[in-house]
Design a protein around this ligand. Structure first.
Ligand code: SF4
Length: 164
């Protein structure tokens, strides 16, 4: 059986981002993986019931997704709302879907407080990046799923080429 890939819905062209837009990833592997039945699409935040559009959110105090999972950090909206519980639900939904479908890999858009896997923002809403993961990406890694950012799609192509 082919290895399956959990993929961020916004990368697949779904207009589910906080600003009501998509961020489609254009790469020849996407169409091929779709035909092969490898892709399992989710927007974790929408799965947790968050609306589109929604206020931008960041993990507070320069913490990371692992800190949120450990109960040591919060996820806050620019408008002051605490959406930690929604982000934890989002991560849980993504892990459940990945496990239910036997996803060995995840391909997630970078920078998001949910899906980021290489960098996130530092909670100051001033555009400052820090290395780290969003809540969903951290939860998937803890569940044994190998997470790749959209910028790393060529590495995932190589990995899949080596394994199946
Ligand atoms: S939660 Fe993930 S899939 Fe949903 S809009 Fe944000 S980055 Fe895209």
């Amino acid at each position: 059986m082919v290895s399956k890939i959990l993929v961020s819905a916004c990368l697949m062209g779904h207009a589910v981002r906080y600003d009501g837009r998509a961020k489609p990833l254009v790469h020849p592997a996407i169409g091929r993986w779709m035909q092969e039945g490898r892709l399992v699409t989710i927007c974790p935040e929408m799965s947790a019931g968050m609306p589109v559009p929604r206020p931008p959110a960041e993990i507070a105090d320069a913490a990371g997704g692992e800190d949120v999972l450990a109960g040591k950090a919060r996820v806050m909206e620019l408008t002051g709302g605490d959406v930690t519980d929604e982000f934890l639900q989002a991560a849980d939904d993504a892990v459940r879907l990945a496990v239910a479908n036997g996803c060995r890999y995840a391909l997630l858009i970078d920078g998001s407080p949910s899906c980021g896997s290489g960098f996130i923002y530092d909670g100051s809403f001033s555009g400052n990046r820090r290395a780290g993961s969003g809540v969903t990406a951290a939860a998937l890694r803890q569940a044994g799923v190998e997470v790749f950012s959209d910028r790393d799609i060529d590495r995932l192509v190589e990995q899949i080429g080596r394994t199946d």
